[in-house]
Write a protein that binds this ligand. Structure first.
Ligand SMILES: [Mn+2]
Length: 510
């Protein structure tokens, strides 16, 4: 039995060696010593000297990992963190870790772009970019796949470096070992800082003129980078992001996302993908054209570094995760820039249903603090709708925003009203609740009549089923002036919000 096994191993070894030789001979690929490759090349009858460029291109196609990974030992890196049998594959990362580990680090994915994208051309000379990836306890297999997809599917000249910010993960080696891969640098925070401050740290050490922020569980698709860098090169105030395809959290299938979506939100500052408004959709004759977006999802985007710095980077008082995309989006639009989604750039992302890591201050509280900062700094009088939609935000601590208000003034940014009118007119201001009520003074009543009317008449007595004198705080002083038109004397504290009612009375409003 032993003998048979030994024979089998010997035969396999010989077959492997022969196979390797055959492969090398076929490919005229340099073996471990350059002289052998040269003699092989001559042996195959290529009398002329090898064109170095040609050989490089050929090798790029077939043997990318050998070239890219340098001294990095992928197998050992991944094997050290395999899922133990019996463990829940979803527990640690909120996606199926077993499936991710099984996939390998360089699988092929479908090119999900519109077919016309493949024929677009970009400048031969594009500036390079620093890729900034922050993470906290990311799974090794997803993190590595993110990095390798970047190295495999980007023109090497465009990748200045890949900066990993390890936001105080449990195992420092998750990050450190990866820095053996050429172009990959690893920075580790000495305490948990969160996504926002980690990104700023990455941006501050970046050496390229263009920053590319990337999430840590992504796979970039064919030609993802060129369209984005091209747009930013043409106008440095553009902030661009790809269409974000979906990587299934269960089986890691790569699924194309709709190309008709843009980023939007509701008044509670909850991000959502929404259809491009119909007029814009009709006007789009070319599916490769950029899509203007009111906000970006925030995980993946490209931005000029000097523009990022000019605008004051991020609000570094925001913690862990959430809300920073609104703050950045408002800032970019209101301070002279623009946001776009580029349909010819596609990046897959594992969307999860929960955060696998914990928030030191609690998830909800952190989100409220961050979005409240965004609302307080940027939303002017419209922040009242944020508070109505998120009453729990009232009274929650959010720190000082004085610096950011100063910055906003210094940058001469436009008011939020401008943003509402020009960037996101589709976001409806909540209808001011019609004050279906009666204001009584003496025998006279000012009362609502149907949806559109307001009338002053003798009170109809207690028979009316309308609520009497709904007391509300006034929104604006002018409301009172218009009420005064009716010769109505308001007592100090009986206050009604008349604005929406009065607007509808013909001849009363200027
Ligand atoms: Mn993510």
């Amino acid at each position: 039995m032993r003998r048979i096994r030994a024979n089998a191993i010997a035969i396999l070894t010989v077959a492997w060696i022969l196979g390797t030789f055959y492969y090398l001979w076929q490919d005229s690929k340099p073996a471990s010593t350059p002289s052998s490759s040269a003699s092989q090349a001559r042996g195959r009858g290529h009398g002329q000297k090898l064109v170095p460029g040609r050989l490089e291109i050929h090798r790029d196609d077939r043997t990318i990992p050998l070239i890219l990974l340098g001294g990095f030992d992928e197998k050992t890196y991944l094997a050290a963190k395999q899922l133990k049998t019996g463990d829940d594959p979803y527990r640690e990362h909120a996606f199926n870790l077993q499936e991710s580990d099984r996939l390998g680090s360089e699988r092929a994915i479908r090119d999900t772009r519109h077919y016309r994208c493949a024929s677009l051309t970009y400048d031969a000379e594009l500036p390079s970019t620093s890729i900034i990836i922050t993470f906290h306890n990311e799974a090794r297999s997803t993190l590595l796949r993110t990095i390798k997809s970047v190295l495999m599917r980007s023109p090497p000249s465009l990748i200045q470096e890949i900066i990993l910010i390890d936001d105080f993960s449990t195992d420092p080696e998750d990050c450190q070992l990866l820095s053996q891969i050429p172009k990959v640098r690893c920075l580790r925070n000495s305490r948990r800082e969160g996504l926002i401050r980690s990104r700023v740290r990455g941006a501050n050490t970046a050496s390229a003129t263009i920053l590319t922020f990337l999430d840590s569980h992504c796979e970039v698709n064919a030609d993802w980078l060129q369209p984005m860098i091209q747009r930013v090169k043409e106008d440095h105030t553009r902030v661009v992001s790809p269409i974000i395809d979906v990587i299934s959290l269960d089986n890691f299938a790569y699924l194309a996302a709709s190309a008709d979506l843009r980023g939007g939100f509701d008044w509670s500052l909850h991000f959502k993908w929404e259809q491009i408004p119909i007029e814009q959709k009709m006007a789009r004759s070319d599916p490769t054209q950029p899509i203007r977006t009111p906000v970006i999802a925030g995980g993946i985007f490209v931005m000029d570094k000097s523009w990022f710095n000019h605008l004051g980077q991020y609000d570094t008082h925001m913690d862990i995760w959430g809300g920073e995309n609104f703050e950045l989006s408002f800032r970019v639009w209101m301070c002279g820039g623009s946001l776009e989604i580029l349909p010819c750039s596609r990046v897959g992302h594992v969307f999860r249903k929960r955060h696998p890591y914990d928030f030191p201050e609690g998830n909800a509280l952190t989100y409220i603090k961050n979005t409240r900062r965004a609302a307080e700094v940027w939303m002017d009088e419209y922040k009242q709708y944020y508070y109505s939609a998120r009453p729990s935000a009232q009274g929650k601590a959010f720190g000082s925003i004085a610096d950011h208000l100063t910055l906003r003034r210094k940058l001469n940014c436009k008011p939020f009203r401008w943003y509402m009118e020009n960037v996101y007119p589709e976001l409806r201001v909540p209808e001011q609740e019609a004050v279906s009520s009666v204001l009584k003074q003496g025998g006279m009543c000012l009362e609502t009549r149907g949806r559109d009317g307001l009338g002053l008449a003798e009170c109809r007595g207690a028979g009316t089923n309308r609520p009497q004198s709904q007391v509300r705080r006034p929104r604006m002083k002018v409301c009172f002036l218009k009420v005064a038109y009716f010769k109505f004397q308001l007592q100090r504290d009986s206050i009604v919000n008349f604005c929406s009612l009065i607007k509808s009375i013909p001849g009363v409003l200027p």
